[in-house]
Write a protein that binds this ligand. Structure first.
Ligand code: WT7
Length: 666
């Protein structure tokens, strides 16, 4: 934990604008008014387990009802609804059969090139069942791990649901990750199969997926992997290895569209999703079936106030947790109609989102600040793509996720997209939390731009110091969740020690969840504001990246790099930008040579991890600023990256001359 509370205190926001929920937003809302919110909080306070038991009984369909709500005997390995049994896919699909949802549109899919496909809940169930039968015929069994490396398509969601249906644990890998990142995840998860597509379409370009799967396997070590199932997204051929690779359309041939859902224990791992931590190796965040599903459904109802006639659109890719909770599971569990979009917000131009909202009558729109900020920039330089040219009158709720939303972007979103009538829910949560933790409720919470406001009922969020003591309002500290909650991370796949060490610090007693973010509560309302990570994790365009991960990639280029240190620098569009300080195995380069080497290294990182990890800037030095004991002084590197003069104490620095060199070499 390198840059804790002090930075949080310095940047306390003075924000006097408050937006009370309109009568229209309150009307008929699931949680209408602050009194209703407080009543739920009090219910959780009075009888914590009873509160969760009630919600779990009401929200989910159980094949075997649970009798025990929370088992904390192995804390922090908490177990929820332990003796209950159910199936996630049955709770998203089968449960709607025979209701008015059966014939309702589940998915409005818009492809990169603008073709629209609609699927009803009944059709989706049949497609999932058929896919599940194909997986079974391939020998995939309950408990097996399956890696999903798919584009944003109906088939991507169907693949995830099909795994859940047969009790296989999926691990989705974002289609922008490299062969090496994919290989590491296949090995760590011990996957028996990979589900992929020949290509993916993004921004009018055809990008490989199957070819990268081949490369990943060729890197070696994927010993558990038996089969690769390939969805044919485009007409371009790919190599198919006999005995290993199967076309999806062939595998589906002759399979029944009925497949009884496999009943699993509440704690059965529904999925593993890899995310970055402080060390080099990504963590396989393991989620449960019942607790996870409960929270994705409830937060659809509470945070998005989802209603029968809503057209919900979460723009996140299924490769991230947001795409798991608010594309693949939550909307379906809640019986909502949702838009799924294959492409990118800037193709064919930067009005794509606004045009799609108009075209499909979107009512609840959920996206990331980085997307909003880049669309603001484009609208400001090219009026033709400004949202004012689209009819956005169907919108009633806007959402933000992934990073802090700055008040300027919040105000623009509110005014130009929401027409000043839509509440903005700034949802704070993480891969590990499974669903929203701290967020306004659209029909209840007065909004303050830049603040995620208050914890959801039942979520015991607090701000503490290093030893777990509560901080007063107005003072920054570390964000923790003091009580376990149903959708929390269950383990780091295959690494229970790291799970305990990363999230449940012994100094705080070993049972309190440490989020890894700094936060501060406002003096007046006690509203939370997230001030950024307190560990070595960066947030670039809402994507989470470990500095060590990027450093490991850089030093893996052994012919060139002796040492590397990576820090984040604030960036207007991407939130943070990656700046890498590199010591070469050759003399300090200058001019053209330096530029060339920087390009080579940036491309190398993109190839090792994925384009999202590409450093924005590389600076070369003969050394890095270190203490006498050899520790790299990152706070100095952060200051240099920002272009700040070094006013900090450098008395512990072994080699002060290096600062000037690093400040000048770019
Ligand atoms: C980190 C988690 C939550 C799904 C997408 C990201 C940051 C997330 C907010 C927000 C301020 C936020 C935090 C968090 N973050 N939402 N509304 N306000 N910061 O999931 O990749 O696991 O990243 O994203 O730093 O720890 P993730």
């Amino acid at each position: 934990m390198s840059n804790t509370p002090s930075s949080a205190i310095e940047s306390v926001l003075v924000e006097n604008r408050v937006f009370e929920p309109s009568a229209r937003a309150q009307q008929g809302a699931r949680v209408a008014g602050m009194a209703a919110y407080q009543a739920l909080c009090q219910e959780a306070q009075a009888d914590y387990e009873g509160f969760w038991a009630r919600l779990a009984r009401e929200a989910l369909v159980w094949d075997k009802p649970f009798t025990q709500t929370l088992n904390a005997t192995q804390a922090p390995f908490y177990r929820w609804f332990e003796d209950g049994q159910l199936n996630a896919s049955a709770n998203c699909l089968d449960r709607h059969m025979g209701t008015e949802v059966e014939t309702k549109t589940a998915i409005i899919f818009e492809s990169d090139d603008g073709q629209v496909t609609r699927v009803t809940y009944r059709e989706l169930l049949e497609r999932v069942a058929q896919f599940a039968n194909a997986l079974k015929a391939m020998g995939v069994q309950k408990g097996d791990r399956v890696v999903v490396y798919m584009p944003m398509t109906i088939e991507g969601v169907v693949a995830m649901q099909a795994c859940a249906r047969i009790g296989a644990t999926h691990s989705v890998v974002f289609g922008g990750f490299s062969a090496k990142a994919l290989q590491e995840r296949i090995i760590d998860a011990g996957a028996v199969a990979v589900i992929t597509a020949n290509y993916q379409m993004r921004g009018g370009k055809e990008l490989p997926l199957k070819g990268i799967v081949d490369d990943a396997i060729a890197l070696g070590g994927c010993d558990t992997l038996r089969q690769v199932l390939v969805f044919q997204r485009t007409a371009t051929p790919v190599n198919m290895q006999a005995g290993r690779d199967v076309w999806l359309h062939d595998a589906l041939q002759g399979q029944s569209t009925q497949c009884p859902a496999e009943v699993v224990d509440a704690e059965h791992p529904l999925f593993i999703l890899y995310t970055s931590g402080s060390t080099g190796k990504p963590k396989g965040v393991q989620h449960s079936t019942a607790g996870y599903l409960l929270w994705t459904k409830l937060t659809m109802q509470w945070t998005f106030d989802i209603r029968a006639d809503d057209i919900f659109w979460c723009t996140a890719d299924i490769g991230w947790i947001t795409g798991h909770s608010y594309v693949a599971y939550g909307p379906l569990a809640a019986g909502a109609t949702q838009i799924i979009f294959e492409g990118v917000p800037t193709y064919p131009d930067a009005s794509r989102f606004w045009q799609m909202i108009e075209r499909h009558g979107c009512t609840v729109f959920y996206t990331a600040p980085t997307a909003i900020r880049s669309l603001i920039k484009m609208a400001e330089t090219n009026d033709a793509v400004h949202p004012k040219h689209s009819n956005l009158s169907t919108l009633r709720i806007l959402g933000s996720v992934g990073e802090p939303i700055n008040p300027e972007a919040w105000m623009w979103y509110h005014e130009h997209v929401g027409g000043q009538r839509c509440p903005i829910v700034d949802t704070f949560w993480q891969t590990e939390t499974g669903g929203h933790m701290i967020t306004p409720l659209p029909g209840a919470t007065p909004l303050v731009p830049g603040s995620c406001t208050l914890p959801l009922p039942g979520i015991a969020a607090a701000i503490v110091d290093e030893t777990g003591n509560d901080m007063p309002n107005g003072a920054g500290g570390m964000l923790v969740i003091k009580k376990p909650w149903p959708s929390m991370i269950r383990n780091i796949w295959g690494d229970p020690e790291r799970f305990k060490k990363s999230y449940f610090p012994a100094e705080m007693g070993g049972t309190i969840y440490l989020a890894g973010d700094g936060a501060v509560r406002s003096a007046d309302r006690g509203y939370f504001r997230i001030t950024g990570r307190i560990d070595d994790v960066l947030n670039v365009s809402g994507h989470r990246l470990g500095t060590m991960e990027i450093e490991s990639a850089l030093v893996a280029k052994t012919d060139l790099v002796a040492e590397a240190a990576v820090v984040g620098r604030p960036d207007d569009t991407t939130g943070e930008a990656i700046v890498a300080f590199v010591v070469l195995k050759r003399a300090l380069p200058s001019g053209q040579e330096g530029k060339q080497l920087a390009t080579e290294l940036r491309n190398w990182v993109a190839k090792e991890i994925g384009p999202i990890a590409k450093p924005k800037e590389i600076r070369f030095g003969e050394n890095l600023p270190k203490t006498r004991s050899g520790k790299i002084m990152r706070r100095l590197l952060r200051a240099i990256a920002k272009g700040e003069a070094i006013t900090q104490d450098v008395s512990t620095l072994e080699n002060p001359a290096i600062l000037e060199q690093l400040a000048n070499t770019h």
